[in-house]
Design a protein around this ligand. Structure first.
Ligand code: ZN
Length: 288
């Protein structure tokens, strides 16, 4: 079972599920759960009843226009260099603790959203990532307890302007990671109980149909639970926070010659058990 957030016939925001038969609208079905964020916060109470509720609801005609499953996460936290094979590709040492950075609010967008290429960057790069959505408050939790704080998983694309990320004074990555729509997520949110083993998922990125990243979460240096336990030592995580868990090898900057994104490029992030997150890159609108 996969959760979806989508645009209704009259432009209103709806939520529901996708199953083997199609898409179902559950927005008005469960009292007190009007949004997917409500559902994340109340999952312990309502999660077990959801399959039965979904089964009794009718199928939508056709495929709805899907939106980012978590529209305004309280925090967007990201991990750098978390794949053994990517650290080796980048010529970096395997980190002994997670490399943590963040993306600003305003970067989140959904499946099929267009991503403008900023006029001030010539080196916008792609990064396919498994994204964890936090389901419970997590403050200084152990690794065992951190696993319980994971609500579910989605695909993410950590779009990165390398010329604003690297080689700048202070070494911060924030600006190069925070242009508008630089954090597409989706197309669905899969609750943890419905995911295959998150430590054994293929993670791929295709650009215009060509596979440029192809690895597996078996290569992760730090597991999602280890990451949450580590971050929660310093910052209390909240339901709806999203965590980009790092990218496998094959990014454009590491290619010879480098391959950066161009207007018209279509990137697809595909992860086992979740689906395909597709976004087109376009020229930035000209300033008025
Ligand atoms: Zn990344």
């Amino acid at each position: 079972m996969q959760l979806i957030r989508f645009c209704g016939d009259h432009g209103q925001i709806r939520w529901g599920v996708k199953d083997a038969d199609g898409h179902r609208d559950l927005t008005d079905t469960i009292p007190g759960v009007g949004t997917i964020q409500d559902l994340i916060g109340q999952w312990e109470e309502v999660g077990s009843t959801l399959p039965a509720v979904a089964e009794c609801s009718s199928l939508l005609a056709g495929t709805p226009s899907l939106l980012s499953p978590v529209p305004e996460p309280p925090r967007i936290i990201c991990i750098g260099l978390n794949y053994r094979d990517h650290a080796i590709e980048s010529g970096m040492e395997i980190p002994c603790e997670p490399v943590v950075f963040n993306k600003l609010a305003g970067t989140i967008c959904g499946p099929d959203a267009e991503v403008p290429l900023p006029a001030c960057s010539k080196k916008v790069d792609y990064e396919a990532e498994l994204v964890v959505v936090v389901g419970k408050r997590a403050w200084q939790v152990s690794e065992a307890d951190a696993a319980e704080c994971i609500f579910g998983y989605t695909c993410g694309h950590d779009v990165s302007a390398r010329d604003w990320q690297l080689g700048r004074p202070g070494g911060q990555w924030l600006l190069g990671k925070s242009f508008p729509n630089f954090a597409p997520i989706g197309p669905v949110l899969v609750p943890a109980a419905y995911m295959p083993d998150p430590q054994d998922l293929c993670v791929k990125l295709r650009l215009n149909g060509e596979t440029l990243q192809d690895s597996t979460t078996r290569q992760l240096i730090f597991t999602p639970a280890q990451l949450i336990a580590h971050i929660s030592q310093c910052c209390e995580l909240q339901p709806g926070d999203v965590l980009f868990t790092g990218t496998p090898p094959g990014v454009g900057a590491a290619r010879k010659p480098p391959r950066f994104l161009r207007p018209g490029d279509v990137a697809e992030v595909e992860i086992d058990g979740i689906g395909v997150l597709r976004n087109r890159f376009v020229d930035s609108p000209k300033p008025a």
